[in-house]
Design a protein around this ligand. Structure first.
Ligand SMILES: C[S@@+](CC[C@H](N)C(=O)[O-])C[C@H]1O[C@@H](n2cnc3c(N)ncnc32)[C@H](O)[C@@H]1O
Length: 183
């Protein structure tokens, strides 16, 4: 494990994930950024993901946004409760500060995106909140792309999403879901 990863893991253990991002969000950089880029490039080449209007959910410092731009996406909105300064610094655009709880409670209701991308973050949602969050997301977009270093979280069809494709690239799991509302 690199020194950077070890340092992050120790901070997670000491402060919890929320405490870590509260303390470090302003200068956050994902040490897995290279492989996130590789995974995004691979799945955009393989799957018919619609990049017309993308929500980068839990957008960090723009790790996914910057690659999606390079792949042709021109309209990308970022949301993240802790990393707005880092996102602005790297992407030149503002992110909104909604967290998973606010989105599960309907903060984004009424919007429409072509695709939601959630990279290395959905596992941070409390398990009890995941069904409602997933359902709210399914009303916002017909497609969801989840990148994760873990097997979880699994989204169930009764929460509004059907798994279309799954692949693993350099230990990053990519899952493409289609929303029940779009079928
Ligand atoms: C491992 S980083 C991933 C960032 C970026 N998407 C990437 O791929 O590098 C996890 C992100 O989740 C965000 N996050 C943490 N807790 C959250 C919550 N409760 N609601 C929404 N986002 C949260 C953090 O601010 C952080 O940007």
């Amino acid at each position: 494990m690199t020194d950077e990863l070890t340092a992050i893991r120790l901070q997670y253990e000491k402060h919890g994930a929320r405490g870590y991002y509260q303390r470090h969000g302003a200068d956050y950089r994902n040490p897995h950024e290279d492989v996130i880029g590789q995974a995004l490039r691979a799945v955009v080449a393989q799957w018919p993901l619609d990049l017309a209007c993308v929500l980068d959910l839990a957008c960090g410092s723009g790790e996914a946004t910057l690659v999606l731009r390079e792949l042709g996406a021109t309209q990308i909105e970022g949301v993240d409760p802790y990393t707005q300064a880092a996102y602005r610094a790297r992407t030149g655009q503002a992110a909104e500060g909604f967290d998973f709880a606010a989105i599960a409670a309907g903060a984004l209701r009424g919007r429409q995106y072509s695709l939601i991308v959630c990279s290395f973050a959905l596992h941070l949602t409390e398990a009890s909140r995941l069904p409602l969050l997933a359902f709210e997301l399914s009303e916002l977009a017909p497609q969801l792309l989840v990148l994760t270093p873990h097997k979880r979280p699994l989204l169930k069809p009764e929460w509004g999403w059907r798994l279309r494709e799954e692949t693993v690239i350099e230990r990053v799991r990519a899952r493409w879901f289609e929303s029940a509302a779009a079928l």
